[in-house]
Design a protein around this ligand. Structure first.
Ligand code: NCD
Length: 448
């Protein structure tokens, strides 16, 4: 298995299934080390020879000594930034941070590529969160061979969320939680529920779940279904066609599964609450192992009225809990707004606070591996559906065509042109940065 040292993590597809499993095994170790200490509730058996249990935390706490992590967050964050920073400090490393873009030179108009080239000189790894899709890939490209040679070392870039595109380290937390709660991922029925169009955590998680052989049920208002490019990639690369529903109760009536995209006139239609009829009953609970809920990503709507029209359209409350299975876990990347009622928190099936807490050991494992302080042990068993990292963009790139996604990084970074790839015979082009598709009638650029 290849080493992870010096690698970048822009997409969940940058890690193979075996590598993800390797991250999880190391996470197990770090999690148990974190549970050690004077206030520990975990009983530790004495080691052979009657010695006191080893204080793993002390040795773990030296792993990244003298290493510096930079967290550059151009969008709000609580969990991702603080758990990365906690992880690095737990490993004995240090952290420098831009938590507010108004305090960095971006506010003076500095290009992202320049910021990254500069910060790479100050840190051994960089976590970047940015409002524009493709920003993490641009950051990787800004550390070209010439800059790496100048630095004399590789500086891994980790995508902490790029616009509505991807959030791969949240997916590691999500998959790890599902694996711990259910003992496996393959064959599970997982409902992805909420704003599937804009939620980057959902896009990365859908790829991750599909690769590990889970079945996807997508539940959302018609206007917020998974983007076309995500669905295409699920189908082409992972042989996965998710079922689509408008409500959890529709799941109990499979003939209501939706296939084609909704016509535009339905976009503003108010949608019913998740559970609106008795048909739902036990049927849903019997076959759903997990429900992954996300908030309406209001900040990504061009028209705030559209966000308002769908807000409150799906709610997990005690009524839903009564109807789902005894082992159906409720997951949420957080923050929640109104989509999971507070009364749900006391139920053991509510896994979202456990999921958030795993963020620290998961990111400790990832950092230790990317910084070359740990090597992956061979995974005990390969995943049910092992998938090599897909070789994307292997074909010819078309340059000189503008990406029509207005929030793509190519439309915000001065001097950065879009790079497009033809998608087979579909007549569509895919943007290398944001992954979004557009028809190729306007393609007039050259190839490279
Ligand atoms: C998510 C994000 O930023 O995409 N939060 C997180 O990192 N846990 C989810 C969200 O903001 O809805």
């Amino acid at each position: 298995m290849s080493a992870l040292a010096g690698r970048h993590v822009v997409s969940i597809s940058d890690l193979t299934n075996g590598e993800i499993e390797g991250v999880f095994r190391l996470t197990d170790r770090f999690l148990s080390a974190l549970q050690y200490g004077p206030l520990s509730l975990v009983k530790r058996r004495r080691r052979r020879g009657g010695k006191a249990p080893r204080n793993d935390l002390a040795s773990v706490g030296r792993l990244c000594a003298n290493q510096v992590l930079a967290t550059i967050f151009f969008e709000p964050s609580t969990r991702t930034r603080l758990s990365f920073e906690s992880a690095m400090q737990r490993l004995g490393g240090r952290v420098i941070s831009v938590a507010d873009p108004r305090t960095s030179s971006a506010a003076k108009g500095e290009r992202l590529a320049d910021t990254i080239r500069v910060v790479a000189g100050y840190a051994d790894a960089i976590v970047l969160r940015h409002p524009n899709e493709g920003a993490a890939l641009l950051a990787v490209e800004s550390l070209d061979e010439q800059r790496v040679a100048e630095l004399g070392r590789r500086v891994p870039i980790i995508n902490g969320g790029d616009g509505a595109h991807e959030h791969p380290t949240q997916t590691l937390c999500d998959l790890y939680t599902i694996d711990r709660e259910h003992g496996k991922i393959a064959g599970l029925n997982v409902a992805l529920c909420g704003d599937l169009l804009h939620a980057r955590t959902v896009h990365s998680l859908a790829y991750g779940l599909a690769r590990f052989g889970a079945n996807l049920k997508c539940i959302s208002p018609p206007s917020l279904r998974l983007p076309r490019y995500v669905k295409r990639r699920l189908e082409v690369e992972y042989d996965c066609v998710p079922e689509e529903y408008e409500s959890l109760s529709d799941l109990a009536a499979p003939d209501r599964a939706h296939v084609p995209d909704a016509p535009a006139k339905r976009r503003r239609r108010a949608v019913k609450r998740l559970v609106d009829d008795e048909q739902f009953l036990e049927a849903v609970g019997r076959f759903l192992d997990a429900v992954y809920v996300t908030r309406i990503q209001a900040e990504r709507f061009s028209d705030p009225a559209e966000a308002a029209a769908v807000s409150g359209s799906y709610v997990i409350d005690l009524d839903v809990l009564r109807r789902i299975g005894k082992r159906t876990t409720i997951l949420h990347p957080l923050p929640r707004i109104d989509e999971v009622d507070y009364s749900v928190d006391l139920d053991t099936r509510a896994a979202y606070f456990r999921q958030a807490a795993y963020g620290v050991p998961i990111r400790m494992a990832l950092m230790a591996l990317l910084l070359g302080r740990k090597r992956l042990r061979r995974a005990k068993k390969e995943a049910a559906r092992p998938t090599a990292v897909p070789q994307r963009g292997a074909g010819e790139w078309i340059t000189g065509v503008k990406c029509r996604n207005r929030t793509c990084i190519t439309n915000h970074e001065p001097g950065l042109g879009a790079r497009m790839e033809q998608i087979g015979e579909t007549g569509l082009l895919r943007c290398a940065y944001c992954d979004q598709e557009q028809d190729d009638r306007s393609a007039s650029g050259g190839t490279s």
